[in-house]
Design a protein around this ligand. Structure first.
Ligand SMILES: NC(=O)c1ccc[n+]([C@@H]2O[C@H](COP(=O)([O-])OP(=O)(O)OC[C@H]3O[C@@H](n4cnc5c(N)ncnc54)[C@H](OP(=O)(O)O)[C@@H]3O)[C@@H](O)[C@H]2O)c1
Length: 271
């Protein structure tokens, strides 16, 4: 996709990866519609983009609220200008033992990571189909291909998003519409604050900078890619897990043991 002069709706724009994506998309000439709940943060990003000569607008939205995704698409197209791309980057994570996850945390995680991207896609699709073009980018995770201990609910949500992306891509085959699923590995953002980052240091998890991840996502969009899994050896383990999951069980056994104390402390610190 040639991003120049395209209108791109970006959720999670106030977050670590989303903020960098906003700048990277604007630098390619897109008009970026920045969404999230933290309006002040979004305003600052929009002002910074405009000061750099780019185009950005802020569209606040709580995606977990009933009707939130449809309202966001309505707001994004209210001026009569069509959308060219929807980038589903908003997400939440939960690190802990599965039995310690509360019903409301599970509900929020699923609504934000799975239901909202699906409803946003549903709301965007009719206009995309009418124009015979449009791109949906879903930001998943390496944990959406490798079920990770102490991230069971988060992994499940990203498996669901990957499944949705794959099925939708096949459903839209021949329509001119595109679906891109991207899977970052551990990235240094606020989603990993606290126990997750202490655990990652302890197990020497490889870590990416959000700028690098954002650049890779934009490169995948420009290349009309269908899927991108970031990082080595993570890409290899995604393949291995698909073919020989028992090998990955064995490979993760020691790491899982190291992770559990951090996961238990994380749950006891959770509200
Ligand atoms: N960092 C990693 O290690 C990593 C690895 C793989 C995949 N990912 C994925 O990358 C995406 C971005 O994560 P990040 O690392 O940038 O995390 P982050 O810094 O915590 O940002 C999360 C973003 O999601 C938005 N969000 C959360 N709940 C929302 C809600 N109910 N309504 C609207 N927006 C909501 C937040 O906006 P507000 O707070 O303003 O609402 C924020 O912009 C997520 O989908 C995440 O799963 C991250």
């Amino acid at each position: 996709m040639n991003i120049q002069n395209r209108r791109v709706l970006l959720t999670g724009a106030s977050g670590g990866i989303g903020r960098e994506l906003a700048f990277a998309l604007a630098a390619q000439g897109a008009t970026v519609l920045l969404s999230g709940r933290k309006t002040l943060v979004l305003d600052n990003i929009a002002n910074a983009i405009v000061n750099l000569g780019g185009k950005a607008r802020v569209l606040p939205c709580d995606l977990s609220a009933p009707g939130g995704p449809q309202r966001l698409i309505d707001d994004a197209t209210r001026d009569g200008e069509p959308l060219d791309a929807l980038v589903n980057c908003a997400g939440v994570s939960y690190f802990g033992m599965t039995e310690d996850l509360s019903a409301s945390q599970l509900d929020l995680l699923w609504r934000t990571n799975v239901i909202a991207p699906m409803q946003l896609a549903q709301a965007a699709l009719p206009a995309f189909k009418q124009r015979g073009q449009g791109m949906i980018v879903n930001v998943g995770s390496i944990f959406g291909s490798i079920g990770f201990p102490c991230f069971a609910a988060y992994s499940a949500s990203k498996f669901a998003l990957r499944g949705f992306s794959e099925a939708l891509r096949r459903e839209l085959d021949g329509s001119g519409l595109q679906v891109l699923y991207v899977a970052p590995r551990y990235t240094k953002t606020a989603i990993n604050d606290g126990a997750v980052s202490r655990m990652a240091e302890a197990v020497s998890m490889k870590q990416d900078e959000p700028q690098a991840v954002a650049q890779a996502i934009v490169a995948a969009m420009r290349a009309d890619a269908k899927e991108r899994f970031f990082g080595w050896p993570e890409r290899f383990f995604v393949r291995l897990n698909g073919l020989f999951p028992r090998l990955v069980d064995n490979g993760l056994r020691e790491q899982g043991k190291q992770m559990r104390p951090f996961a238990q402390s994380s749950a006891s610190a959770a509200p």
